[in-house]
Design a protein around this ligand. Structure first.
Ligand SMILES: [Zn+2]
Length: 231
């Protein structure tokens, strides 16, 4: 038998095992409190082919871009640049006008600009992501599914997930990427309402709902992720 790769084990009150590849290629396994290590290693061994594929994909990803948090910096919104226009103002305000994001901040600094940008991305993402879910949902509603509730998260190694407790989790970073990427991730997660796995039934439904999903997935994996330069 091959030796198993090193991993960090995180136990919690969860019911299933999960393997994650971190951006630095490290491995993390999340496990229920009482699962024996032997069972965890059987699980890891069964996931080795997936691990090799995932690591190859991550290695191909371009390095993240880091942008300054300052007046004049250009941040992406659905693939289009938006220029930060920062000025001191008594009342804090962030407003998008055309391709400019106006920020009035009592004390402009990289920290306050970063916090305002994060808040604005989140509130804008909430509107855009919910609209996309609503656009795609009628097909799934007709098949008897309840609309999952959106949760927006900063996730290190996934774009989205669907929980059996009625939540669709989407990565906040999707608000920066071109819309075809968001549409693909939403379709993928909604198709999990019908098929919880990635088997042939899941792929048939993806082909039916979004025939060019493979090209969109490839685009998603090719784009660099944007970080901001928080001090
Ligand atoms: Zn999936």
């Amino acid at each position: 038998m091959n030796e198993l790769p090193e991993y960090t084990l995180i136990r919690s009150d969860r019911r299933s095992l999960e393997l994650r590849v971190l951006p630095d290629q490290g491995l993390e396994i999340r496990a229920p409190r009482r699962t024996p290590v032997r069972d965890i290693e059987v699980f890891l061994r069964s996931r080795l082919p997936w691990l090799a594929r995932t690591r190859a994909r991550l290695a191909e990803r371009p390095a993240p871009l880091t942008l300054p948090l300052a007046h004049g910096a250009r941040y992406p919104l659905l693939g289009q640049p938006v220029e930060l226009k920062v000025q001191p103002g008594k009342r804090q305000m962030t407003l998008l006008q055309g391709d400019q994001l106006h920020m009035h901040l009592p004390t402009p600094s990289a920290t306050t600009i970063g916090a305002a940008l994060e808040r604005w991305y989140r509130s804008h993402a909430r509107t855009v992501f919910n609209a996309e879910i609503d656009r795609q949902f009628p097909f799934f509603a007709a098949r008897g599914h309840a609309r999952p509730t959106l949760r927006i998260k900063r996730m290190k190694s996934r774009w989205g997930s669907l929980s059996t407790r009625g939540y669709i989790n989407l990565n906040l970073t999707l608000i920066q990427l071109p819309r075809p990427c968001l549409e693909y991730v939403v379709t993928h997660e909604l198709c999990h309402l019908e098929h919880m796995d990635h088997g042939p039934g899941f792929h048939r439904l993806m082909d039916q709902q979004l025939p060019d999903w493979r090209a969109r997935k490839a685009l998603l994996n090719r784009l660099p992720v944007i970080h901001h330069d928080l001090p």
